[in-house]
Design a protein around this ligand. Structure first.
Ligand code: FA5
Length: 332
């Protein structure tokens, strides 16, 4: 008989403690007290029934029930003072008189904003966006672009090589131009793509040079593409980004993968700032991907969006972009 009562007391204890753990206010605690310790409460019922038990059981059950009553009363007091001191009472803990504070929102990095703006300008001119890997093979970064191993032009792109047991020809791409070859290898003409992405060079940094930066490559290949198409496309791009009256300068430049080659600069308070290299795709590059050079011609360009953002937003040092200073980043 006493076993049944003892089991009943154990159950009451278990339920009472479980109920206690989810209480948050004085009212809830009072309900809890009435349920377990009140005149008609679960534990009081057991205590009342003790007089009907056989004499031996009375002692055992009575002592256990009394211990439980004392224990639960103590728990009640402890929780009451906790709630009153604000530790537990969630409702009372919220000070609704505290003025609201503005939530700090994140925002796009200025490089990302610039890249998206440039991509949009070219998408509107019919260029499709593709992306490539930052870890590249020497073959695509150099050889396929008419820059063989002994070519002095390689020095122009100081390369960060990747140590690997299996490969001795892995590098962090120094420009986005390897994607020219990769896109043409996979697609027959016509091609009209824009390729944004990160590039890396082992070079000293200064106000206009970072060792890691973004580039946006452009490539158009078709029948009858001429240098006039290149100039027209880039003028249109400058108009879209800088407005109709910004001065632009083309100058001859050398890149082994174009012929003729140019660089394009933008007027910045009376100074020319170079923003991209460009030119007509070299026949050797077209040949390397199996294009018919009698039939197809193309133009290509590669620009630095951080440099363009500097011009657009009057930023005097490119190193701000990656120094993670919120005073700088939050201005854009
Ligand atoms: C190239 O990287 C050629 N691949 C561009 C090209 C593509 C030419 C297609 C012809 C045809 P260059 O090293 O000049 O060229 O870099 C192109 C642009 O990337 C620069 O005009 C500049 O805007 C940006 N750039 C280059 N080096 C850095 C650097 N260290 N930090 C920031 N921007 C850079």
């Amino acid at each position: 008989m006493s076993e049944k009562n003892i089991k009943e007391l154990d159950d009451i204890k278990q339920q009472a403690l479980l109920g206690l753990s989810s209480l948050g206010s004085v009212d809830q605690l009072e309900n809890w007290r009435v349920r377990y310790l009140g005149r008609k409460g679960d534990l009081t019922n057991v205590l009342r029934g003790i007089s009907n038990l056989p004499i031996d059981d009375r002692k055992i059950v009575g002592s256990k029930a009394n211990k439980l009553r004392i224990y639960l009363e103590e728990e009640y007091q402890v929780n009451l003072s906790k709630i009153k001191s604000g530790n537990l009472d969630i409702q009372d803990a919220i000070d609704i008189t505290l003025p609201g504070r503005k939530v700090k929102m994140g925002r796009l990095h200025p490089s990302t904003t610039m890249i998206r703006e440039i991509i949009q300008a070219f998408n509107e001119m019919g260029f499709q966006t593709v992306e490539g890997d930052e870890i590249e093979l020497e073959k695509y970064n150099f050889d396929m672009l008419n820059i063989p191993a002994d070519h002095p032009a390689r020095d122009q792109w100081d390369t960060i090589w990747i140590d690997s047991d299996q490969h001795d020809d892995l590098l962090l791409r120094t420009h986005t131009s390897p994607m020219q070859a990769r896109v043409m290898e996979k697609n027959d003409p016509q091609v009209r793509v824009i390729v944004p992405g990160k590039c890396y060079r082992y070079e000293a940094t200064d106000a206009t040079h970072e060792w890691h930066f973004n580039q946006i490559e452009g490539l158009a290949v078709d029948t009858n593409i001429t240098f006039a198409d290149l100039k027209g496309t880039l003028y249109e791009f400058v108009k879209k980004i800088f407005g109709p009256s910004r001065k632009v300068r083309f100058r001859c430049d050398f890149f082994p993968f174009v012929e003729p080659g140019v660089d394009m600069s933008i007027d910045w308070n009376g100074r020319w700032i170079e923003i991209m290299g460009a030119g007509m795709v070299h026949p050797k590059v077209l040949e390397a991907v199996g294009y018919d050079t009698e039939k197809y011609t193309g133009f290509a360009f590669g620009m630095g969006p951080e440099r363009i953002s500097m011009l657009q937003n009057e930023i005097t040092d490119i190193r701000h972009f990656y120094s993670n200073d919120l005073r700088f980043l939050s201005q854009f």
